[in-house]
Design a protein around this ligand. Structure first.
Ligand code: BGC
Length: 765
């Protein structure tokens, strides 16, 4: 079967959105809502309906250069449906009060915010959090975020970000769950459940917004906002499932992405928002654009503001974030017949429904409770979860000669530009974090070390040699002080301290704003000025532990060869400093596993474990072979594969078994393996199951994650881990976009990462 070209599908499936299409389940609650909203809509003028489609900032722009103006007057005039980036019960109450007392129809406002990895209690960045492989924990972090954000007046979060990404040049990889479709889908579900709970109208639940729809993580060359061009095979099998998983979990809204998709930007893409999202997936919630994404269609080359606003609404957008194109042009478009009034009614209905579901019509101030804000925000229980989540997210990349954990005796030289920076800890997209009160690593280690440890500290190097680059990399209050002395002088000072120490801890890597939005990089190595420092520290002959801060996979080939121990701590949030100290001193045994491949060098990217085989694969274990698919200058291997992460203990895998060697539709098969803790301390291990479909009607990846379990083992303890494999685990979208399991032979792999596995096989018929 040949691929159906995208435009054919578009023609086949394209239709105007009508009320019938947004049909909801006919429950008593929905009927009641419909009656209420029908009545309200019947009272609204066209201007008031368009006003509901307008989402403004509360005056504190977070990510764009446009800041909303004259917001209060617009509220009075019924020109505001929602506001975001306004916080605290007092300020939100004031805006809401204006809406419900001074606008003609007294429609309450919905209040959004980028609550991405926690609110005031900030958890590790999403890429780090995904490395815990702990769905209950991830769900709990979202729940806590919802409790804190709603206590501060917010009822809508622009999260989860579920964009699959396989290109670490893209800075926003830090905001997602890495490269894998299966894991990403599980996390998407857990986050939505955490935010929304089981009832959106509760005072402590937030409406989730799945973003960025769609394929934003596949930006060409890793350059943010860049074009994506993708086959339907890849789209349906690899990139779309996490968005769908979040919607299946009940996410109330979707945010369109900035990028062009196969020639039509997402924000104007009728196929994406109407055919796929509404018709194929049956989504009946709210679609909002990203920041000024409607206006950006002008630069994409789709026309003037009136044209692109009409295009975007007609394609399926309901709410316009910040750009006010809808507000200023839609009425004219209705008058000129370019937009149907029915489409505006539908969009307005969805905005009103979101407010209804959040209980805002019942009590517009239900999220404004100063007492709750005082009690709930930064509660000790929340901080304890943040500390746990951070310790579980760290990935031990190397630990030669058991350099780690450190003993609480002697002298430690803590060196590096990231060693004494609290503001750098929360990580990108932590707009609500209390930067001033976040401990630095130095403070965390001092608090944990006890009396028998002396900690010496020095800067050792600047973050980046180029002061202007450093400025770009430390925006939004995340400054890292610079030392303007010559580089050698700063290094010499650090080396002097290192010489007096028993062990050196080098806190190096990226500043938090070196990843995140509009923070793409073409060089994935540790900045040269920091590498120079590291070399000098290693020359002292002292054991060196690299505590690596990063928001993306880095190319650490040199470090992996020369530094005895590397602990990747990402950006761990509010409790990062305490958590790093917990792991460095062995109070907690690290168990994080990478959810994105670390390449040997930037030239290998995109590099991911679930790749296709090609017609000329390299033989297993080979480095190079002429006329095979490889490079002249570097092997195909990653530096650290997906799923990788060490522990202070070791685990052995044995006895991989299947309960039968074949199964058919409707049945299951069980794979089991024995895992033993062969070291001296208790530890957690993420046992991973991968499958390969050996022959397909279209080409299939060499491995696909289809299950995982995180287990805890005491020294010497043995556990048998069972996985049930179902027909649905074998399904994929074929070239006709049918989701099927094809009969044939399959391989099963189980191990502690995607590379080091045991294997067996079965057939499905
Ligand atoms: C980002 C979104 C974010 C929005 C609102 C945009 O620049 O792409 O992820 O939700 O701003 O702050």
């Amino acid at each position: 079967m040949k691929f159906l070209p995208l435009f054919c599908l578009t023609l086949l499936l394209s239709f105007q959105i009508g009320s019938a299409q947004l049909k909801k389940a006919s429950t008593p609650a929905n009927k009641k809502m419909d009656v209420f909203i029908d009545d309200l809509l019947s009272k609204m003028t066209l201007d008031e309906k368009i006003g509901q489609l307008n989402l403004l900032t509360g005056g504190e722009a977070t990510t764009g250069s446009v800041v909303s103006k004259d917001v209060e007057n617009k509220i009075r005039n019924g020109q505001v449906g929602g506001i975001f980036s306004l916080t605290t019960p007092a300020r939100i109450r004031k805006a809401q009060h204006t809406a419900v007392t001074q606008s003609r129809l007294k429609i309450p406002i919905i209040f959004g915010q980028d609550v991405i990895h926690g609110y005031k209690t900030t958890f590790p960045i999403p890429l780090a959090l995904s490395g815990t492989w702990d769905m209950a924990l991830i769900q709990e972090t979202a729940r806590i975020a919802a409790v804190e954000a709603t206590a501060d007046g917010i009822n809508w979060t622009f999260s989860p970000m579920v964009d699959i990404s396989r290109d670490p040049r893209w800075g926003r990889m830090s905001e997602g769950s890495g490269e894998d479709t299966y894991l990403g889908s599980q996390i998407a579900r857990a986050m939505v459940k955490g935010y929304q709970g089981d009832n959106l109208s509760k005072y402590n639940t937030l409406m989730a917004c799945v973003k960025h729809f769609a394929l934003y993580g596949a930006a060409e060359a890793g350059r943010d906002y860049n074009t994506t061009d993708m086959s339907l095979d890849r789209m349906y099998n690899e990139y779309l499932p996490p968005y769908k998983a979040a919607l299946d979990a009940g996410a109330g809204s979707v945010m369109t992405s900035f990028n062009d998709i196969n020639g039509v930007p997402a924000t104007a893409n009728n196929w994406l928002m109407t055919d796929l999202l509404r018709k194929q997936w049956g989504f009946d919630g709210l679609v909002v654009t990203d920041y000024t994404a409607v206006n950006e269609l002008i630069d994409h080359g789709l026309g003037d503001l009136q044209t692109v606003s009409a295009l975007s609404l007609n394609a399926g957008v309901d709410m316009d974030m910040v750009g006010e194109g809808f507000l200023t042009t839609l009425k004219k478009s209705v008058e000129q017949g370019k937009v149907k009034q029915g489409r505006i009614d539908d969009a307005c209905r969805l905005v009103l429904e979101a407010k209804y579901k959040l209980g805002l019509f019942e009590d517009p101030f239900r999220y404004c409770n100063e007492e709750r804000a005082k009690k709930e925000i930064l509660k000790p229980e929340h901080l304890a979860v943040a500390r746990k989540a951070a310790t579980e997210s760290f990935v031990l990349l190397k630990n030669a000669d058991q350099t780690l954990p450190l003993t609480k005796k002697g002298t430690i030289a803590l060196i590096g530009p990231l060693a004494n920076s609290g503001v750098n800890m929360p990580g990108t997209w932590s707009v609500n974090s209390d930067l001033a009160n976040t401990k630095s690593l130095l403070q965390g280690m001092q608090a944990a070390a006890g009396k028998e440890v002396k900690i010496l500290h020095s800067l050792g190097s600047n973050l980046l040699a180029d002061a202007q680059y450093q400025e770009r990399a430390t925006m939004f209050g995340r400054e890292i002080p610079r030392d303007n002395r010559p580089e050698q002088e700063i290094i010499a000072e650090a080396v002097k301290l290192a010489e007096q120490a028993d062990v050196v801890v080098a806190a190096l890597g990226e500043s938090s704003e070196m990843s995140g939005e509009s923070s793409s990089r073409t060089d994935l190595e540790i900045p040269k000025v920091q590498r120079n420092l590291l070399e000098a520290l290693l020359k002292t002959g002292k054991p060196v532990v690299l505590v690596l801060f990063t928001g993306r996979p880095l190319a650490l080939t040199w470090e992996a060869e020369h530094v005895p121990a590397i602990l990747n701590v990402w950006f761990g949030g509010t409790e990062a400093a305490n958590a790093i100290a917990d792991v460095l001193f062995g109070k907690v045994n690290p168990s994080g596993k990478l959810t994105a491949t670390f390449p040997q060098n930037v030239g290998q990217v995109p590099l991911y474990y679930a790749h296709k085989n090609t017609g000329r694969p390299l033989a297993d274990g080979a480095w190079f072979s002429k006329f095979r698919s490889n490079y002249l200058d570097v092997s195909n291997d990653p530096l650290y594969p997906f799923g990788y992460g060490l522990s202070y203990t070791t685990f052995s895998y044995s006895d991989l078994k299947l309960n039968t060697d074949s199964f058919k539709s409707g049945e299951t098969i069980t794979a089991s393996i024995t895992v033993k803790n062969t070291g001296l301390v208790e530890g957690k291990e993420v046992v991973q199951l991968y499958i390969r479909d050996l022959v397909g009607s279209s080409t299939r990846p060499v491995k696909e994650l289809k299950g995982f379990q995180k287990i805890n083992l005491k020294p010497g303890e043995v556990k048998t881990v069972n996985f049930t494999i179902k027909e649905s685990d074998l399904k994929f979208y074929n070239t006709a976009l049918e989701f099927l399991a094809e009969p044939g032979d399959f391989k099963v792999f189980i191990g502690g990462n995607s590379r080091d596995v045991m294997e067996t096989g079965f057939s499905f018929y």
